[in-house]
Design a protein around this ligand. Sequence first.
Ligand SMILES: *Cc1c(COP(=O)(O)O)cnc(C)c1O
Length: 360
Amino acid sequence: MSFSLNDLPLRDDLKGQSPYGAPQMDVPVVLNTNENPHPPSARLAKALAEAVAETALDLNRYPDRDAVRLREGLAAYLGHGLTAAQVWAANGSNEVLQQILQAFGGPGRTAMGFEPSYSMHPIISRGTGTAWVPVPRDADFRVDVEAALAAIEEHRPSVVFLTSPNNPTGTAVDIADIRRLAEAAPGVLVVDEAYAEFRREDTPSAVTLLDDHPRLIVSRTMSKAFALAGARVGYLAAHPAVVDALQLVRLPYHLSAVTQVVALTALDHADELLGAVDDLRAERDALVAWLRGHGFAVADSDANFVQFGEFEDRTSVWRAMLDHQVLIREVGPPGWLRVTVGTPQEMAAFRTALLAATGR
Ligand SMILES: *Cc1c(COP(=O)(O)O)cnc(C)c1O
């Protein structure tokens, strides 16, 4: 019997949609999902395993539903006098974003973002029945604040997403602009700072604005700079009332005891895990200079990836790179590609492959 998606009682608004789909391929040089290229050291892996072994003795019990110790650790990591009451954690920042939309979005409500940006913002909006309003960025991939304010005024969104540094372009939003949008947004303003640790020196975090803006939410993740993508830990900082709101929609015991102890152990080793961030930033700046030196257009990057172009047929460049065993990402505006900053060896392979793929 042939049976497919179309035979199911799928919600009308999900019919014909595509799932998130960065390719997961077995290729020697993987530079397509913005992971930190450095795995945990053998010493840290042992500490993680020991912490999990100890937790295993209690796995008949549900975990701490409120993940209090982890939230304390994350608050201490963020600094700025934040406390556990202002921090919330979930399985990746994607789950944090989903909980935000469950609490503040939903049918009859609107979420807004400035595109090109993170593809999961509209996907999670759709999943929670929230209408999505995209507002275009300017030609340099910056948020045009006047246009943003006009769009906010017109659509009165319940949720506004601001990705800074932005994925896939790498561009950060000026803190003064974030403040203006926080003042104008009638609902919550979510500043997605998944790449915050990679930002350049003169780019402050929106965490510094939390005291003045109780409807501002700053989301972070351990998946990128923290080199812990496999553990699935994301978090946010906001007013304690926001945390109260998210508790209304989170599933009970959403964060497993194993996840909590792994994240806590990783926080204890933050210096080691974040140790490569400075090197990756230097590698990024060198990559930007190298690409420009070879005549490619490159957006300024405060992240651990670079968007570069412009190509008449980016798909054929992407495929030629793959033929050279280098997986990058075909994402963002037409004509552009995105590459994650990897180890010096991986970047050397990238440069060789790109010259071969483009005949430069
Ligand atoms: C990678 C990324 C995330 C992180 O997702 P996790 O669920 O924490 O792994 C969130 N926002 C943006 C913009 C990202 O690029």
